[in-house]
Design a protein around this ligand. Structure first.
Ligand code: NAP
Length: 315
């Protein structure tokens, strides 16, 4: 029996590759540009593409795959995929929401604690023998009980808010409309209004053109000198230049960031700062969650090829 061809783009783990090979004639590629090198009869037959990565994927790729009907993204954020171009060609797009909420929220809280309690510097203090030589390191700052401002109370934003509520933090949030929330959570219509009412501004927006620079210079200016920016969304959601200036000038207390505009080659100014805690885009990066994301991606592909409703469609 001939198996359905499947193109998978990205750097997949062995367990994902094995599972895709089990049910497909798999063509594993490093980048969209490699599609041009596939045999014409294969390109003409491919109906589904598994995508992983942050490089743009759009019309130029779709044109090379005339029978393509599905792009199954590995990740909830699909800002790298030109969904409008896909829709114009009748191509469905799916993503992997919810299965990663816990991990991204855990990392956000972990970064906040690590930053506030000087965990990196304190570990370094101990490792370098300063504890014995000089005594205790400088005091840190308290996180519990402070004001959290969630920019974007979506799936991940809400998980972050739930966790921070357990840290006795006052929950403020901005979304385009007020949401049904536990009593006491405060909605702010204006993003700058949220910034003016929080000690930690946690950005959990979608990426893409619609939210480009949403945390603008105006929003950053509204933060107080004691405020910390936390970003687990996309680098594009913050005016990075304005944030760097505020960090360099000490106009805000600091930032805990998992995502950057030009990642992985981030702006070198970040590495000179002493008031940041930086992570290399690790929000969903656990074995358990990545396995769940791969499974959901494959379930969407199986549903599409089997003529069943998609599990998590985007368009
Ligand atoms: P979601 O449930 O769709 O929530 C996204 C939030 O973005 C919502 O609050 C929504 O606002 C807001 N939003 C969407 N379009 C907007 C617009 N045009 N203007 C203003 N706000 C807008 O998404 P999610 O599942 O929580 O995921 C959020 C993002 O996290 C993903 O898109 C991805 O980029 C990022 N992420 C990062 C990592 C990581 O490794 N760091 C891992 C996973 C996801 P409303 O509340 O007004 O609807």
């Amino acid at each position: 029996m001939t198996r359905t061809p499947l193109i998978a783009i990205g750097s997949y783990r062995d367990w994902d590759i094995a599972a895709m090979r089990d049910s497909h004639d798999l063509h594993l590629l490093g980048a969209p540009e490699a599609i041009a090198g596939l045999a014409p009869d294969l390109r003409a037959a491919v109906r589904a593409l598994a995508y992983q990565g942050h490089r743009p994927l759009g019309a130029a790729t779709f044109e090379q795959l005339p029978a393509l009907g599905l792009v199954a993204n590995y990740g909830v954020g699909y800002d790298a995929i030109d969904v409008a171009a896909a829709t114009r060609r009748g191509i469905r797009v799916t993503n992997t929401p919810d299965v990663l909420n816990d991990d991204v929220a855990d990392l956000a809280v972990g970064m906040m604690l690590a930053f506030s309690r000087n965990m990196m510097a304190n570990a370094d203090w101990l490792a370098k023998g300063r504890w014995a030589e000089r005594g205790d390191p400088p005091l840190a700052r308290k996180m519990s009980g402070a004001r959290a401002g969630i920019m974007g109370l979506g799936r991940i934003g809400r998980e972050i808010a739930n966790r921070l509520a357990a840290f006795k933090m006052q929950i403020h949030y901005h979304s385009r409309a007020a949401k049904d929330t536990p009593e006491g959570w405060v909605w702010h219509r204006d993003p700058a209004g949220l910034a003016a009412h929080c000690d930690y501004l946690i950005v959990a927006l979608v990426g893409g053109k619609a939210t480009e620079g949403y945390v603008s210079a105006r929003v950053i200016d509204a933060l107080g000198p004691d405020a910390v920016i936390v970003n687990i969304s996309r680098g594009s959601t913050i005016d990075e230049g304005a944030m760097l200036e505020a960090l360099e000038a000490g106009r805000i207390r600091g930032a805990a960031l998992d995502v950057f505009r030009s990642e992985p080659a981030l702006d070198p100014r970040f590495l000179k700062l002493g008031n940041v805690f930086l992570q290399p885009h690790q929000g969903s990066a656990t074995i358990e969650t990545r396995k769940g994301m791969g499974q959901l991606q494959r379930d969407n592909i199986a549903a599409f090829l089997g003529g069943r409703p998609l599990l998590t469609p985007v368009n």
